[in-house]
Design a protein. Structure first.
Lengths: 309, 325
């Protein structure tokens, strides 16, 4: 249930390996894959089925649990709180993801160009925030955002200015975007960089003979060659944005007025089931959100793979 | 990028840091990437280093490191010092050691307990996930078995479902099974890493020559023996990569324990730190921001150390996962 899991999935989906030479078909393989499949069934398939089952019922004070068919789904589609939270993460997606992936790509290209001093130091340092738990990253940035004794407050005191409060309702989404960008730029940079490294050298030689400049090499060779990595990173980022939970959930303690319990779809489903005790409806909202995520991720994949192919 | 032998699809494996196990002659060159790395640029002549580019990239470097620097500096301050001094420089008294001692002893040593819990979740969860992934990846790479395609389709399909869609039903299921508020509730879901399965599958396909397995079988080795004595040593570099990434996922996990655990005695570090931070917001709560900050630093250090020490492994592991198309 982490982003890593989803990463693997997206990568897997696009993979079509030619079958390696195999021996006769036999059940022996099950001895090795069996344990994985058993646990997978318990923690993925069973909850998924249960989730769909839950979404078809409603728990009422009078009459207890009753089968309501698709009523919950109808309610979700008309739920303004749900749509508002979806709008918020969509805005987040539209602004934060391009910035993050753009910076990651520029750094990857800079590393790959061989024109940097201290390249290895750059690569590892920019990646390091990935090792920081979301909890720590959010707490750390949350403290720094503080206008009273955070860095923002320090800057205000030192320069005699009054910067706007990053945790105010107007700015909190951007502030969360900054935290997520900080956490994942390095990871995406590494994905791009790894893809850039395996471009065959002969292509650059050919480009050089043709007199292509740096920029031309980037647009004509490098970017097309790492298109797969770009698409994968985009899909992970879309899934990550739609699942936004940790950062706003932790910042809530520092910015109670700015982050409501329905700030993101995930916070909404969480508060529905744990504070509101509406588990059936919560399951429904989660399924709707899951479907929306899958459709968009799939569309990006189709589009990304077709472009220039 | 489809051919099995093109450099782009070959999982870029690090040069074995440990003495390399027996390897079929034909398989060895495929596993080494430094050739690709070094061969690339010398004919074109080394590009000139650019100060301007270094400075521009340096901005991103600063962005990445300054918050960590803030964390280190802040961990040396007392609670009063935190409020009264500039964030990116030390305050008068150097309280790091006092802070560390207080972090471990505050609240009857709750932090120590959370640290041990986290270690338990990482060892059992990440260790178990890696083991299952290695077994499964080996099966997918080296065996043909009935239902293989179905296994594959189901794993891929289910994983495309956002994890949080599963969180609530998993909680309800586990609570009926009496597993919530126990370590099992955190460990069992951590055991599945489709990313790890995928990586081990790609890795095992390349790293274990079929001839070697045949040879072991002809010598009369059982399947289990073939796996442990022939395959497992060859899979070591991939195993370390998967272990590192599942460790990060488990160590940093927040959402799952948040849902599953009520009893602070079972909290991992992430949940514990957040509860200390929340303490200040509650009426009459004792604000312990200096402990939250010092605790955060202690939480981050093991993973940063692991990433720095095992660079070769994870960087190539990511490469194996990312260049696949």
């Amino acid at each position: 249930m982490t982003t890593l899991h989803l990463r693997g999935a997206a990568a897997e989906r696009r993979t079509s390996r030619p079958p390696s030479p195999r021996r006769r078909r036999s059940w022996t393989g099950w001895g090795f894959i069996g344990p994985f499949v058993a646990v997978f069934a318990l923690v993925f398939l069973a909850p998924l089925a249960y989730s769909v089952y839950l979404s078809l019922f409603r728990d009422q004070l009078i009459g207890g649990t009753t089968f309501v068919g698709l009523d919950n789904y109808q309610q979700a589609l008309q739920d303004s709180q749900f749509w508002a939270s979806l709008g918020r993460v969509s805005l987040f997606l539209a602004v934060q993801v391009p910035i993050m992936l753009g910076i990651a790509l520029l750094v990857a290209l800079a590393l790959d160009s061989g024109r940097l001093y201290g390249k290895d130091f750059f690569r590892i340092s920019v990646f390091l925030p990935y090792a920081v738990p979301a909890v720590v990253a959010s707490l750390m940035w949350g403290f720094m955002y503080g206008t009273r004794f955070g860095l923002v407050g320090d800057i205000n005191d030192a320069l005699g200015v009054s910067l706007p409060d990053p945790l105010s309702p107007d700015l909190v989404l951007a502030s969360i975007g900054n935290i997520v960008t900080w956490e994942f730029t390095g990871y995406n940079m590494l994905i791009f960089y790894s893809a850039l490294r395996v471009i065959p050298h002969s292509l650059y030689e050919a480009a050089e003979i043709d007199g292509a400049g740096q920029l031309r090499v980037i647009t004509a060779i490098k970017l097309p060659a790492i298109r797969g990595a770009l698409v994968i990173a985009t899909i992970f980022s879309i899934i990550g944005s739609f699942q936004l939970f940790n950062e706003p959930s932790i910042l809530q303690n520092l910015a109670r007025n700015s982050i409501t319990t329905d700030f993101t779809p995930n916070l909404y489903t969480y508060s529905l089931s744990f504070a509101g005790r509406q588990q059936n409806y919560s399951a429904t909202v989660a399924i709707v959100m899951g479907l929306i995520t899958m459709v968009i991720a799939y569309a990006v994949q189709l589009r990304g793979m077709r472009k220039g192919a | 990028m489809t051919g099995p032998s093109s450099p782009a699809t070959t999982p870029t494996t690090p040069p074995p840091a440990v003495p390399a196990p027996a390897r079929a002659p034909g398989a060895a060159p495929r596993l080494r990437t430094p050739r690709v790395r070094t061969a690339r640029r010398h004919t074109a002549g080394r590009p000139r280093r650019s100060v301007l580019l270094t400075v521009l990239t340096g901005l991103v470097l600063l962005y990445s490191l300054v918050p960590l620097l803030w964390l280190v500096i802040s961990a040396t301050k007392t609670q009063e010092g935190l409020a009264g001094s500039f964030g990116l420089w030390f305050s008068g008294d150097f309280a790091l050691w006092d802070n560390i001692a207080e972090t471990f002893t505050y609240n009857d040593g709750a932090f120590t307990r959370w640290l041990l819990n986290t270690v338990l979740y990482v060892v059992a969860g990440a260790g178990g996930a890696t083991f299952l992934a290695v077994l499964g990846g080996y099966a997918l790479a080296k065996f043909d078995f009935p239902g293989k395609r179905a296994v594959f389709a189901v794993v891929i399909g289910a994983v495309a479902v956002p994890g949080t869609a599963l969180a609530v039903p998993t909680f309800l299921m586990f609570s009926k099974m009496g597993l919530t508020d126990t370590p099992w509730a955190v460990i069992i879901p951590s055991l599945i890493s489709p990313f790890g399965l995928y990586l081990m599958w790609v890795f095992a396909t390349e790293a274990i020559p079929a001839e070697l397995m045949e040879a072991a079988r002809i010598d009369g080795a059982s399947e289990l023996r073939t796996f442990f004595q022939v395959a497992l040593p060859l899979l070591a570099p991939g195993t370390v990569t998967v272990l590192l990434f599942t460790m990060v996922a488990t160590w940093n996990n927040y959402f799952l324990p948040l849902i599953m655990l009520k009893d602070p005695d079972w909290y991992p570090l992430t949940l514990g730190l957040n509860s200390w931070n929340a303490q200040a917001a509650t009426a009459g709560g004792d604000p312990v921001f200096h402990l939250v900050i010092t605790g955060s630093l202690i939480t981050v250090l093991p993973l940063i150390a692991a990433f720095l020490l095992l660079q070769k492994y994870w960087q190539s592991g990511l490469a194996a996962g990312s260049v696949k198309e």
